[in-house]
Design a protein around this ligand. Structure first.
Ligand SMILES: O=C(O)C(=O)C[C@]1(C(=O)O)C=C[C@@H](O)C=C1
Length: 282
């Protein structure tokens, strides 16, 4: 049975996705939200698809590392869930140690692969030669650090406190202005939940056949309709080497007549035009 108002998120408690889920719950006006902990974004999609919860929260894009490919692949190939809204968070990572550990004790640095990638320079300069291991989330690395003097985690200060570890250094991300955007997802057909004047639309576009000029044709349809794309990203279709599909987004609603014209033209020329979401932006 679907738990109304429940939100599935990448756990455990203290991840950035948990922070985004709390922000969405507040925007939705859910007084006492139930959060369902998942061990991957795949599991979040699964929870939503199977109707175990009304909402899911997944990362989409990071300002340093680009798209969260696990999310894009779920939207493209596995799920019919829709995006209802977006939340952008500032991401400040801390180096987290066991309460009795010194930096010299650390042999291994653990974090979510995005956390490790966003602190690559810090690791090279301050902790050269250490092994790195990938955890299912940043908070999971804080939990590991709290139980092992030889492992340092990369997560937020809240996760350190939650699991009884300490913050050795803060704001260790490689660039100022590190941000990640998160999507609130629900099963296809879920009514809109947010209001606003400015909209964003997110599409997945699948080609009929790999033919010269297809990308240029796609871009022309948007240009003719006066639509300014804010993102375009290709992903392998997983069918054959060199076979790709595209994601695009733009700041217009799917109900806008010019957008409708562009989508109708694209539908005549492409195998599939999948609208992943069209929602107000805060
Ligand atoms: O591991 C976490 O804390 C997450 O919420 C995942 C995630 C991601 O997928 O990008 C979210 C924000 C940060 O960019 C690092 C990791």
């Amino acid at each position: 049975m679907t738990e109304p108002h429940a939100l599935a998120y990448l756990g455990p408690l203290g991840t950035y996705t948990h922070e985004a889920a709390r922000a969405f719950a507040a925007r939705l006006g859910i007084a006492d939200p139930e959060f369902i902990e998942c061990s991957s974004f795949d599991e979040v999609f699964d929870c939503v698809e199977r109707g175990k919860c009304e909402y899911g929260v997944v990362g989409i894009e990071n300002s340093l590392e680009g798209s969260v490919t696990a999310t894009l692949d779920n939207f493209a190939f596995n799920s019919s869930a829709n995006i209802l809204g977006e939340e952008v968070l500032d991401i400040h990572h801390s180096l987290i140690l066991h309460p009795e550990a010194k930096l010299e004790d650390v042999t291994t640095i653990a974090s979510h692969h995005q956390g490790l990638a966003q602190c690559r320079r810090y690791i090279a300069e301050r902790l050269p030669g250490r092994d790195t291991i990938t955890t299912s989330s940043t908070a999971e690395s804080a939990r590991l650090a709290a139980s092992n003097k030889h492992i340092a985690g990369i997560a937020n200060a809240f996760a350190a406190e939650l699991y009884g570890a300490i913050v050795f250094d803060d704001q260790i991300e490689d660039h100022f202005g590190n941000q990640t955007s998160f999507a609130l997802i629900a099963r296809q057909g879920h009514p809109s939940v947010f209001e606003g004047d400015r909209h964003k639309t997110f599409l997945a576009l699948f080609m009929q056949i790999d033919r010269a000029g297809t990308l240029s044709m796609i871009l022309s349809e948007f240009a003719y309709a006066g639509i300014n794309l804010t993102m375009i990203q290709s992903r392998p279709t997983k069918q054959a080497l060199g076979d790709y599909m595209f994601f695009v987004s733009f700041e217009r609603s799917v109900s806008d007549p010019q957008v409708q014209t562009a989508l109708n033209c694209l539908r005549l020329k492409l195998r599939e035009v999948k609208v992943l979401g069209s929602y107000p932006i805060a």
